[in-house]
Design a binder for this molecule. Structure first.
Ligand code: ADP
Ligand code: 5GP
Length: 216
């Protein structure tokens, strides 16, 4: 059974940093590589960070119904391809998505038991410092991202969990705890429970028999 984990956060909160750490120790968890019209940044690699495509191709794929969800974020298209979800299910792996609040809402409608996690920076000042430290955005873009963050942060209320990315190791450990706890929810344990119960079935009947020696 595939459990879907959706992580959203204002840009610069440290979501990619945390996602990388969580994936490193979890072979049963795969990252959903999205499609985008945004050009690659810095050391980003096509097929690993995103599938980079043009506007016409993205719009054609929308028309063809290829996306599980898609949204316009900071003036570019971003979308989750249906094959990502199909592959995770076929491989019996859990799926981790780093998508914005619009995408998270769309996905939650299609996959109601998806687990949603919102990552918050400790403060606006620290968010600003992190955006600058990343060194990837020009000043107007940083200002735009800060303004967007103020709006995005209000969406934390529709998420199941909120993780404050103060100290990175601690925040990553909290995320891993969420993943572990969600994976053992009773509803997700049916495939594990069935064979265990089967080992008890015959013996269970014998001990409950009124004439059995064990009862006397
Ligand atoms: P996002 O994916 O949310 O846009 P990044 O993961 O790119 O954010 O992080 C933005 C910047 O902040 C990066 O330079 C990253 O190294 C730094 N960073 C992330 N988490 C922390 C943290 N807990 N403490 C200090 N710096 C952090
Ligand atoms: P960035 O350009 O910084 O990598 O991402 C910008 C925003 O787009 C982030 O909030 C990220 O979560 C979001 N995003 C990335 N991929 C997807 C996607 O497939 N769908 C949606 N809806 N948002 C996405």
């Amino acid at each position: 059974m595939t459990t879907v984990f959706i992580i959203s956060a204002p840009s610069g909160s440290g979501k990619s940093t945390l996602v990388k750490r969580v994936l490193a120790g979890e072979p049963g968890l795969v990252f959903s590589v999205s499609y985008t019209t945004r050009p690659p940044r810095g050391t980003e690699v096509g097929g690993e960070n995103y599938q980079y495509i043009g506007w016409d191709e993205f719009e054609q794929r929308i028309q063809d119904g290829e996306f599980l969800e898609w949204a316009l974020v900071f003036g570019n298209y971003y979308g989750t391809h249906v094959s990502v979800w199909e592959r995770a299910k076929a491989e019996g792996k859990d799926l981790l998505l780093d998508i914005d609040v619009q995408g998270a809402q769309q996905l939650k409608e299609k996959i109601p038991d998806a687990v949603t996690i919102f990552v918050l920076p400790p403060s606006r000042e620290i968010l600003e410092q992190r955006l600058r430290a990343r060194g990837e955005d020009a000043e107007p873009v940083i200002q735009q991202r800060l303004a967007e963050a103020a709006v995005e942060i209000g969406n934390y209320q529709s998420y199941d969990y909120v993780v404050v990315n103060d100290e990175v190791e601690q925040a990553a450990a909290t995320l891993k705890s969420i993943l572990r706890a969600e994976r053992v929810r009773r509803g997700r344990m049916a495939d594990r429970i069935r064979p265990i119960l089967a080992t008890f079935e015959n013996r269970g009947q014998a001990t409950r028999s009124p004439n059995s020696q064990e009862d006397s």
